[in-house]
Design a protein around this ligand. Structure first.
Ligand code: AMP
Length: 286
């Protein structure tokens, strides 16, 4: 496995793959890999010839009060996991390699990036869209795999690629969960054992909403209200938002729910902020 730290080396490596008539499949990550990331890597291996994984904690997507400095990092373990997973190259740029002192160009967020996650994390998607564009420029992938767990991010990356004509196919991967339903996340490490147990409230609330919609409920307010008692069982849970969105536009649905619709929520348990999502379908849809 190649370890690549410079943008120009990454570009050269990718060009060499393409010259041989092969394709590059890309999995961008912030490292501290878990089974969710590994599932994305396996999906990438089915979608392209050579898989590149990036390990880069992007400062531009963290707010000043957020956990950039404390975000978990374990480069040696990440490299070993990638090697075991038969990854062809790991792209691990230093912060200064991605953001030179004279770096000036950033993406402008569309309205959909200022709702939900964007409303609670101002500037987050400006940083995400900027780094995704930069990573695509460095890795030059034919296909890139993103997790549905970060559903708003996935929607925005699909829009980025469509609106700015990036020659990259975006592949969505379903959320990988712990056996009790908690969505895997590098941030789960922050949870104390008792909090870890209660953190399943996000998944349980989503399941209740899914049952409501499957049973034919179409009033958004009723679906959203059905989730509240589940979240209320965890006294330390602080809800940032719970919403139903149109999967096509990511616009919140406030009246009638057309299905499938997507439930999204962000909840802080102690100082750990967790997000989760589920596609909700009426009974006979898949
Ligand atoms: P991160 O390292 O958290 O930035 O995530 C890197 C990629 O992995 C993103 O596309 C995430 O959506 C995806 N991802 C993270 N956790 C999961 C999960 N539990 N299931 C599926 N994809 C995930």
């Amino acid at each position: 496995m190649e370890i690549i730290t410079s943008v120009t080396t990454m570009q050269r490596w990718s060009r060499a793959v393409h010259r041989q008539g092969q394709t590059v499949a890309f999995v961008p990550t912030m490292g501290y890999l878990h089974e969710g990331h590994l599932a994305l890597i396996r999906a990438a291996q089915t979608a392209g010839d050579e898989v590149v994984v990036s390990l880069f904690v992007n400062p531009a997507q963290f707010g000043p009060q957020e956990d950039f400095a404390h975000y978990p990092r374990d480069r040696a373990r990440d490299e070993a996991l990638c090697r075991d997973a038969d990854v062809a190259a790991c792209f691990i740029p230093a912060t200064e390699e991605m953001y030179a002192p004279d770096h000036q160009i950033y993406m402008e967020e569309p309205a959909a990036a200022r709702l939900l996650e964007g409303a609670h994390r101002p500037g987050h998607f400006r940083g995400v869209l900027t780094v995704v564009a930069k990573l695509f420029g460095a890795v030059q992938p034919d296909v890139a795999v993103f997790g549905e767990k970060d559903a708003q991010q996935l929607w925005l990356v699909e829009k980025l690629v469509a609106d700015l004509n990036f020659p990259v196919r975006i592949m969505a991967h379903p959320t990988v969960r712990e056996p009790d339903g908690l969505a895997m996340s590098s941030r789960n490490k922050y949870l104390q054992p008792a909090q870890r147990e209660r953190a399943t409230c996000l998944y349980r609330a989503l399941q209740v909403a899914a049952q409501k919609v499957a049973a034919g409920e179409t009033r958004a307010a009723v679906v959203l209200e059905s989730m509240q008692p589940v979240l209320a069982t965890v006294p330390e849970a602080r809800i940032d938002y719970v919403a139903l969105v149109d999967p096509g536009t990511f616009r919140p649905l406030e009246q009638e729910v057309s299905t499938p619709c997507r439930a999204v929520l962000a909840v802080r348990i102690g100082s750990t902020r967790l997000i989760d999502t589920m596609l909700l379908s009426a009974g006979n849809e898949t």
